[in-house]
Ligand binder design. Sequence first.
Ligand SMILES: C[S@@+](CC[C@H](N)C(=O)[O-])C[C@H]1O[C@@H](n2cnc3c(N)ncnc32)[C@H](O)[C@@H]1O
Length: 216
Amino acid sequence: MASQTKLAISEEEGDLLLRVRRGGEGWQVLVRLSPRPLATRPWRVANMPGALNGPVAAAMNALTYPQPTDCYLNIACGSGSLLAERAAVGPPALLAGCDLNPEALRAAQANTGGAAVLTHADAAHLPYPSATFDVLTCDLPWGQLVGSHVGNAQLYPALLAEAGRVARPQARFALITHDIRLLEQTLANQTAWQTTERLKIRQGNIQPAIFILEKV
Ligand SMILES: C[S@@+](CC[C@H](N)C(=O)[O-])C[C@H]1O[C@@H](n2cnc3c(N)ncnc32)[C@H](O)[C@@H]1O
């Protein structure tokens, strides 16, 4: 390829990345035309283990059909990927996030540049009045890098119930997890939320799912 294209091979500094790999019954060629991966976001100045991929966060927000009048809450916001991506498409009326981990909240503060109202709070006891938010998002603990399956079995039902309390009627709620069966079981055992979409995505070797819910 180098001789055909007259391009020099550079292991570290190349501006064109070609990856050839087996895929299905044939081969796949992946092409990256810029030196930085698409997932590199200018707003990310603080990282945390388990931080959500920027384009995935952008896709989740797009699935909530963002409006400038939205009161938006990101539960368990971690380093604030969903908040930063939401701010990037134009500020909503209220941009709020909460997390139990103070270090995550400091990272979210840095990544959102102060655009979000951040609160130290447990997702099972949210410090907001009932029927406040039009849009909610949550990158749940997947039970791998963050949290555990046993912990999730307690957290998911409590979180969905509290999200239901603080959501306005017809609110839109985008969630992502790799603990998919647990979230499906939790959704089947509650009545506050109705599932409108379920999308499997591929992230490296794992396939988490995005759920879009509507407040009943
Ligand atoms: C998968 S991480 C979120 C990562 C985030 N989307 C980001 O981009 O950095 C899940 C988050 O849930 C938080 N968390 C776990 N249990 C919680 C609880 N009971 N209440 C609030 N936050 C919780 C963790 O501190 C962690 O930041």
